[in-house]
Design a protein around this ligand. Structure first.
Ligand SMILES: [Ca+2]
Ligand SMILES: [Ca+2]
Ligand SMILES: [Ca+2]
Length: 143
């Protein structure tokens, strides 16, 4: 009887651990490094505007899950980006949909991200350092 409840407890433990592995919760710092490295494709610890926009381009394609050229809320919820970082994905969506019609066109996303890049690039040299790169601490992202 005792043994049985120990086994049950450890199975529950395994299931719970499995769940937390499936849905990782990043600390802000982990998320920051993770995203910085994703953007920094040549790994020189700097994100150029070209690298930044290239990543945005790829992300747009990935987020457009039904491949019709615009990102809808359904696309958002079906995307891997949303699965892993729901809050950030929601914030990106809100921030990019400038005409608030519930759809993000590629033009809207590019324009929003160009503005975001310039806001982060505080010394205006066209390059983001790790210190300049901000994941989730921008005023319009806090709503
Ligand atoms: Ca780089
Ligand atoms: Ca779409
Ligand atoms: Ca829109």
């Amino acid at each position: 009887m005792y043994l049985k409840s120990v086994i049950t407890a450890s199975i529950v433990g395994v299931i719970l651990t499995g769940c937390s592995l499936l849905k990782p919760h990043y600390s802000d710092e982990q998320m920051h490094s993770y995203l910085f490295n994703k953007f920094d494709s040549d790994k020189d610890s700097q994100i150029t505007e070209a690298e930044y926009m290239e990543f945005i381009d790829e992300r747009f394609v990935k987020m457009d899950t039904d491949k019709n050229g615009t990102i809808s809320k359904d696309d958002l919820y079906n995307s891997r980006f949303y699965t892993f970082l729901p809050e950030l994905a929601e914030a990106v969506f809100r921030d990019s949909d400038t005409d608030m019609d519930g759809l993000i066109t590629k033009e809207e996303m590019i324009k929003a991200e160009e503005i975001r890049f310039k806001q982060m690039d505080v010394n205006g040299d066209g390059i983001l350092t790790k210190e300049e790169f901000i994941v989730n601490d921008m005023s319009e992202f806090k709503k």
